[in-house]
Design a protein around this ligand. Sequence first.
Ligand SMILES: Cc1ncc(COP(=O)(O)O)c(C=O)c1O
Length: 338
Amino acid sequence: MNTLDWKNLSFGYLPTKGNIRCYCRSGKWGKPEITTSEEVTLHMASTCLHYGQDVFEGLKAYRGADGHIRLFRVRENAKRMIQSGLYLQMDAPSEELFTDMVKQVVKLNEEFVPPHDSGATLYIRPLLIGASPQVGVKRADDYLFLIFVTPVGPYFKEGFKPVSVIIDRDHDRAAPLGTGHTKCGGNYAASLVSLNICHNLGYSTMLYLDAAEKKYIDECGPANFFAIRGNSYITPESHSILPSITNMSLIELAKDMGMTIERRKVEVGELATFDEAGECGTAAVITPIGKIFDPVTSQTFEYCKDGQAGKVSTALYNRLRAIQYGDETDKFGWVDII
Ligand SMILES: Cc1ncc(COP(=O)(O)O)c(C=O)c1O
């Protein structure tokens, strides 16, 4: 096991033993290769550089108390990359190739999977880019699929503590019939200005509304939004929302806990009616939302008056983490042991 300071890792990049790459040339995938190089050599007219043919994924490997390394729902990430690739007209790796390469690169970097009780994990970043030249706006002929890993601490240093969020009506992350449902780099570039403004105002992240009417809740920064009202788990449905694998899993767990699921358009006006609110994603699992500020009406919606996450969010968070780390039986078949 590596001797990194596991408890004080940030959510940043640290070098590991190597990464894995595979090229698809004119529709034919080659053999995956492991490399120690952290550089990518590209033609200067590659489509990823000019026309945004760039999609990625994010998942984690967890070390259990039993010492085993677990991957969480890796095939769902493969399926999502295939969907993102289809929309951006890219050749994407099959579910088998994706999963096999994830397993190989995690195995290679086994010593960088943090210890069970450290709160840290091994972050896995698969990336697919158009890697051959075009000058006109066209898809590339060749694609590079690579996966690097890096040990990370929790996304939010405060841990499972409520955060403050601000509604942003001045920027959109994605258009109603655009790329919001894909994990393409452009969506994140489009969110940077808004993120910067909200950080400068002292908020952890922003709540995006639907781009057309500014009437419905869309996403919460780079995470899905959910709310709890009574026995209901409520989460917005929209073409411009990235289908979160964490949200998908929380929905299953909420059902399993006897809750009703409401996956539908969620009006901003409903914010006042929720008992709990949260953002969810691989990075933080659940980040409880303590406050949402609406700068247009100057209203603040509060969900954690005692400074603690709500009961339901806490129960969902604990169950999901227990499955990811192997502390609870994986009755849904979500976990692959490496
Ligand atoms: C825009 C956006 N929404 C939602 C999510 C959460 O998705 P997941 O739960 O699959 O990590 C992410 C993170 O990957 C994201 O970038």
